[in-house]
Design a protein around this ligand. Structure first.
Ligand SMILES: *Cc1c(COP(=O)(O)O)cnc(C)c1O
Length: 265
């Protein structure tokens, strides 16, 4: 029998593919399963349903989960990274660190990667809202950090920009897209190769319309998190209803989704 997660994932793939078709700003998008707080069995189910990119927010969780799951998983670290946890977060199959937000952090991550002879893809986390609890560099400071990584951090590969922002905040999406264009022009980078990580369960389709190439989706794939993360309790209730609805819809759409699914992997 097909798992609930497989059904939800199919529906997400379907929506991602339609959003890509309707977007003039991107022609591809990776789905990253944001699996924080979720047990191994559920990650394995998502893996069995075809998901290969997973994102964790907490170093302790990625350290516990990564060795116990298939090694072809491409892990993204999407949480705030403290410098004393860098060594641990560098699990063998860490694919991308999405949250570089200072020269100090870039320097230290580069140094640890050097020791392991590892080249690591990194995104710069940009603060696109005025809410001061969110980490990230300002849009003004981002180009200097890109330049630092490109010139001073040989073991880091600057791969794009990431933002969290407020749910559905078009302004955040627009700011990040414009910043990507600015950076690509300034540093002569190919804009088709530079990632924009934005969009979550509630707003990923919109984010893709605005150019996202990397959506981080938690509750819509894995179901509501059982214990509230920080101040997200209110959102969780919406997500529960959403997920149930999604499951019902995805049952109907199953056959058409199967074909579509291949494109976004
Ligand atoms: C939890 C989390 C997500 C996923 O959030 P959902 O609303 O559950 O899809 C995405 N990005 C980051 C940084 C997160 O912490």
């Amino acid at each position: 029998m097909e798992t609930a997660i497989a059904k939800s994932l199919k529906q997400v793939i379907d929506k991602v593919n339609s959003a890509i078709k309707n977007s003039t700003k991107t022609s591809r998008c990776t789905i990253v399963g944001a699996s924080k707080t979720k047990p191994l069995e559920l990650l394995q189910q998502a893996y069995d349903a075809g998901l290969r990119h997973f994102g964790e927010n907490y170093v302790d969780e990625i350290v516990t989960k990564a060795p116990k799951l298939p090694q072809d998983i491409k892990w993204h670290y999407i949480g705030h990274l403290q410098t004393n946890k860098i060594k641990q977060v560098l699990v063998p199959n860490l694919y991308m660190l999405e949250t570089i937000d200072s020269i100090k952090l870039a320097t230290k991550v580069n140094k640890e990667c050097q020791k392991l002879s590892k080249k690591l893809k990194v995104l710069i986390q940009v603060k696109t809202s005025t809410e001061d609890t969110k980490s990230g560099v300002s849009t003004e400071d981002a180009p200097a950090l890109v330049e630092f990584i490109m010139t001073q951090c040989p073991n880091l590969e600057f791969s794009g920009l990431m933002t969290i922002g407020y749910e559905g905040d078009e302004n955040a999406f627009i700011q990040l897209y414009d910043l990507k264009i600015e950076i690509c022009e300034k540093f002569k980078l190919n804009k088709d190769e530079i990632e924009l990580s934005m969009g979550m369960s509630q707003d990923f389709e919109k984010a893709i319309l605005y150019g996202s190439t990397n959506v981080r989706i938690g509750t819509t794939i894995f179901g509501a998190r059982e214990y509230p993360m920080k101040a997200q309790c209110k959102e969780e209730h919406i997500d529960v209803a959403e997920t149930k609805q999604n499951e019902q819809q995805s049952q109907k759409k199953e056959t058409e989704t199967q074909q579509e699914g291949k494109k976004s992997e």
